[in-house]
Design a protein around this ligand. Structure first.
Ligand SMILES: [Zn+2]
Length: 766
C-alpha cells in the first residue's frame, strides 16, 4: 500500500489578482511607495497565495518561488554572486536598491543581461560568473519566506533554482575569458547550497526542492557527471532536509537515471507534451523505489483544462514505480494567468475549456484525491470534465468545416513560389527601380503618448472612431513625409494603429480570444496578456489593407505591407492543445495568405512578414527541431508564396545568433531578410555570405535597443564590412529592429545618418 497522494505546486503567479505587486514596485521606483510598504505588499501577496493553496486542499505550499523581480536574480543574491559594479550600489543604498540595480541598471551601472527562461516567454537575469567569483551563502530570503509560511501555520517546501541549472544559465563575467564555463565553479558553489540547506532545516523545512530544468535539455557527459556529483555531495550531508529535484519543460532523458540513482529522496517529473516520454524512461531506470515522485501531469504552461481521466491513468501507472506519488502541474504556475474567475467577458462555451493557475490547483487536488481514494471519490468531477472536453471536441469554434477543408487541400505547390529567386529578383528590380544599398526601416515608428492616450480615449468612449482614425491618418502622413525627406527608398506607414504585433492580428482573426485579466509575467514588472488561440482560424475581412493602402496613396515610393508571421502568432499566444501546432500554424498561414493577396491586389509591391519568434520557439531537444522547423518554415511559405514574381517578400528576425537555424532561414525563401547585426558588427553578413545565402539581406546597421545615435561614418564602416560578403545589389540598409520604443529626436538623426552613410558607400561602390 502506497502512502496517500498529495497535491502540490512548484510556484504560483506573483503579481496578485490585480497586479498589486507591479503597482507597488513601480510606485517604489517612482518614490511613491516606501521600501517598508513595498515589502508589506509582497508579504501580503505571499500570505494570500498560501492561504488560497491551503484552502484549495494543498497541504504543502511552496516558498521561495515569490520574487520582487526574478527567481534567478534571487539565486544570484542567495549565493553571493552580486557583480562588483552592483556591490557599490548595495553598499551605498542598501540591498533592495542593489537588487533593482542588477535588474534595471542605474545611471552609472549596467544591469545584468536578460534572456528567455528556456522556451517560455518569461525572461530571467543572467548571472555573471568568472574564475575569480567567490560565493557566499545569503539564505535570508529563503529562510525568511519559509518562516513566514510556518508562522502562518503552513507546511512549506522551499523551492530553489538548483546549482547545476544556476551555473548553466550563467555567462562569463565581463573581463573573464569568453570561453570560461561557469559549470567549472560547481565545487565552489556546493558548500553554499549546503549552508542554505542547513539554514532551511533549522527554520523547519522537512523537504527542499531544487529545480533543474537545464537537465531537460541535451547535455553532454561532463554536465551529467557534474549533476551526479552535485547531488551525491548534497545527498551526503547529514544536517539537511529531504531533497527532491524537479526537471521540467521536457523529458530528462539521460539525466533521469542520473537523478534517480542520486542519494536524494525524490524527483519531480514533467509528464506533459514531449516530456510524457519520462514515463517510459522512469520505468527503464527502475523507477524510484521507496522515494517520492511528484508527477507533473497538469500542463503548467498552457491554459486548457486537463484530461483528468487520462492523467489518472498515467498516475496509476506511476504508482507502481515510486514509493509515493504526489500530483502537481508540470512546472511553476508563473507561466499562466492567475484566475479564470476574473474573466467576465469570455464566451461561457469557451470558459469551460480553460484553466488558469487557480483552476489548475483545483485540478491537481482532484487528481490527488482520485489517486488516494479511488475514482469514486471524484466521480462528479470526472463526469463534468468529460462533458467539458466533449463540448470542446464538438464545438463549431474548434471545428470549422470550411477552414479544415481548405487546410486539408493545401498541396506542396501552395508552399513554393512558382519562380526561382533569380527570376523574381529581376522582376522586382524592374518594378521597384531601387538603387544599390536600398534603405528602409523595419516597420514601426515611435508611438507617442498622444497615440496611446487616443487609444485609451477611444476605448473609454471619450472620442469617436472618426476622430481616432483622423489621428492615425495624420500620424501616417507625418511618418511618410519624414521618410521621404530623409531619402529612404522603401517606406513604412509606421504602425500607429497597432497596440502589439500579435494582439492586433489576434483581434481581427476568428479563433482567437482576448482576456481582460490574463496577465502573465514577461520580466520584472512587465506583464503581457497573450491572446488565446482557441479555435479554427479564419479571416473575416482584411486586417491591414486600409492603412497600408492609405499610406501608399500618399506617396510615390513603395510602402511595405506589414504582417506578423504564423510562427510568431502562435509563439506569443496560448495555443490550442487539441491538435498539432503544425495544423494550427497552417490555418493562421492561410489567413495571412489572403491578407498578402489583398495587399498585392491593391498595388502593394513589398510585403514584410515578421517572424521574430522562429528561433526562440525551437524545441529544447535537438531531436525535436527538424520536425518543428519543417512546419514552421512551411507555414511561412504558405503565407507568402501566393504572390507574383514582382512582389517582394521581406521578413525580419530580432537576433544575430541564428547559426543553428541558418538552413531554416534559407528555407523561408523570402526575397529580403532583415536581421539584428549592429551589436555583432555585421558578423551576420559574413555568416550568410559564408553559407552561400543567395538572396537579399539587411543586417541592421544601428542598434535600436540603445538610445545612442550612430554617426554616418560609423554606419558607413559597417556597410563597407557588409560589402565584404554581400554585393551592393543584395545588401539592404536598415536599423536592426522596429522604432516603436524610441524617441522621435534620436530616430530622426539616426535615420538621417543611416541614409547619408548609404549614399557615401553607394558612391564608393559605383
Ligand atoms: Zn526586431
Amino acid at each position: 500500500m502506497t502512502e496517500t497522494s498529495s497535491p502540490t505546486v512548484y510556484g504560483y503567479p506573483r503579481q496578485g489578482p490585480d497586479r498589486e505587486l507591479k503597482k507597488a514596485i513601480e510606485g517604489h521606483w517612482a518614490g511613491r511607495v516606501t521600501e517598508r510598504d513595498l515589502l508589506d505588499v509582497a508579504a501580503g501577496l505571499r500570505a494570500g497565495n498560501w492561504r488560497h493553496l491551503t484552502e484549495a486542499g494543498v497541504r504543502e505550499v511552496p516558498t521561495g518561488d515569490f520574487s520582487l523581480y526574478d527567481h534567478v536574480l534571487d539565486t544570484t543574491v542567495m549565493v553571493g554572486a552580486v557583480p562588483p559594479r552592483h556591490r557599490a550600489v548595495v553598499a551605498a543604498e542598501g540591498p533592495l536598491a542593489g537588487y533593482f540595480a542588477m535588474a534595471r541598471g542605474t545611471q552609472d551601472v549596467a544591469p545584468l543581461e536578460m534572456t528567455k527562461w528556456f522556451d517560455t516567454n518569461y525572461h530571467y537575469l543572467v548571472p555573471e560568473l568568472g574564475p575569480d567569483t567567490v560565493f557566499a551563502a545569503d539564505p535570508a530570503k529563503q529562510v525568511g519566506e519559509l518562516r513566514e509560511a510556518v508562522a502562518l501555520g503552513h507546511t512549506a517546501r522551499p523551492v530553489l533554482v538548483g546549482p547545476v541549472t544556476y551555473l548553466l544559465l550563467a555567462k562569463p563575467a565581463p573581463g573573464a575569458d569568453p570561453a570560461f564555463e561557469p559549470i567549472g565553479l560547481l565545487d565552489r558553489l556546493l558548500p553554499v547550497y549546503a549552508e542554505v540547506l542547513a539554514a532551511l532545516r533549522a527554520a523547519g523545512a522537512e523537504w527542499v526542492q531544487f529545480d533543474e530544468p537545464a537537465l531537460a535539455q541535451d547535455r553532454d557527459r561532463a554536465v551529467l557527471d557534474a549533476a551526479a556529483h552535485a547531488y551525491r555531495e548534497l545527498g551526503a550531508l547529514t544536517d539537511r532536509p529531504k531533497v527532491l529535484v524537479a526537471g521540467y519543460f521536457d523529458r530528462l532523458g539521460d539525466a533521469l537515471p542520473v537523478l534517480a540513482r542520486a542519494p536524494i529522496e525524490g524527483l519531480g517529473l514533467d509528464f506533459t507534451g514531449p516530456a510524457a516520454a519520462n514515463l517510459e524512461d522512469l520505468a527503464r531506470a527502475g523507477g524510484l523505489p521507496g522515494k517520492r515522485l511528484i508527477a507533473g501531469v497538469v500542463d503548467g504552461r498552457n491554459v486548457w483544462i486537463n484530461d483528468l481521466g487520462g492523467s489518472l491513468a498515467t498516475l496509476a501507472t506511476l504508482l507502481g514505480l515510486a514509493g509515493r506519488v504526489d500530483v502537481a502541474p508540470s512546472c511553476s504556475l508563473l507561466h499562466v494567468p492567475i484566475d479564470l474567475g476574473l474573466e467576465h467577458g469570455l464566451d461561457p462555451r469557451v470558459g469551460r475549456w480553460l484553466a488558469f493557475a487557480r483552476q489548475k490547483v483545483a485540478e491537481v487536488v482532484t487528481l490527488a484525491t482520485g489517486l488516494s481514494e479511488g475514482t469514486g471519490a471524484i466521480a462528479g468531477r470526472l463526469a463534468a470534465n468529460r462533458d467539458d472536453l466533449a463540448s470542446r471536441e464538438a464545438s463549431a469554434l474548434t471545428h470549422d468545416p470550411e477552414v479544415r477543408a481548405r487546410a486539408a487541400a493545401v498541396v506542396p505547390a501552395d508552399t513554393r513560389r512558382p519562380q526561382p529567386y533569380g527570376e523574381r529578383a529581376a522582376a522586382q528590380r524592374a518594378r521597384l527601380g531601387l538603387p544599390d544599398l536600398p534603405t528602409t526601416t523595419i516597420g514601426s515608428f515611435p508611438q507617442t503618448g498622444q497615440l496611446r492616450a487616443a487609444r485609451a480615449d477611444l476605448r473609454a468612449g471619450r472620442i469617436d472612431q472618426d476622430a481616432y482614425d483622423e489621428l492615425i491618418a495624420s500620424e501616417i502622413r507625418s511618418v511618410l513625409v519624414f521618410q521621404e525627406r530623409a531619402g529612404i527608398d522603401v517606406l513604412v506607414h509606421g504602425e500607429p494603429e497597432r497596440n502589439d504585433m500579435v494582439q492586433y492580428f489576434a483581434e481581427r482573426l476568428n479563433g482567437y480570444l482576448a482576456t481582460q485579466h490574463g496577465w502573465v509575467q514577461s520580466y520584472g514588472t512587465r506583464y503581457v496578456r497573450p491572446p488565446i488561440l482557441a479555435g479554427d482560424v479564419s479571416r473575416p475581412g482584411p486586417m491591414t489593407l486600409r492603412w497600408t493602402t492609405y499610406a501608399q496613396s500618399q506617396t510615390g515610393r513603395p510602402v511595405k505591407g506589414m504582417l506578423t508571421g504564423p510562427v510568431t502568432m502562435l509563439a506569443w499566444s496560448f495555443v490550442r492543445d487539441d491538435q498539432p501546432q503544425a495544423e494550427t500554424a497552417r490555418q493562421v498561414a492561410l489567413a495571412l495568405r489572403d491578407e498578402v493577396a489583398d495587399l498585392e491586389a491593391s498595388g502593394i509591391a513589398v510585403i514584410q512578414v515578421d517572424e521574430p519568434a522562429l528561433r526562440e520557439t525551437l524545441p529544447l531537444r535537438a531531436a525535436d527541431r527538424p520536425a518543428y522547423l519543417a512546419w514552421a518554415t512551411e507555414a511561412f511559405r504558405l503565407a507568402t508564396s501566393g504572390v507574383r514574381a514582382d512582389t517582394q517578400i521581406h521578413t525580419h528576425m530580432c537576433y544575430a545568433e541564428f547559426g543553428e537555424i541558418l538552413a531554416a532561414i534559407d528555407d523561408l525563401d523570402a526575397d529580403v531578410i532583415s536581421l539584428e547585426a549592429a551589436r555583432s558588427h555585421m558578423r551576420v553578413a559574413d555568416e550568410l555570405a559564408g553559407a552561400g545565402y543567395p538572396r537579399e539581406v539587411g543586417p541592421g546597421v544601428y542598434d535600436i535597443h540603445s538610445p545612442r545615435v550612430p554617426d554616418a561614418e560609423e554606419v558607413a564602416a559597417l556597410l563597407r564590412k557588409g560589402l565584404g560578403g554581400i554585393p551592393a545589389g543584395r545588401l539592404w540598409v536598415n536599423p536592426d529592429c522596429g522604432l516603436k520604443t524610441r524617441g522621435w529626436g534620436e530616430v530622426r538623426v539616426s535615420l538621417d545618418n543611416m541614409v547619408a552613410a548609404a549614399r557615401v558607400v553607394r558612391a564608393e561602390a559605383g
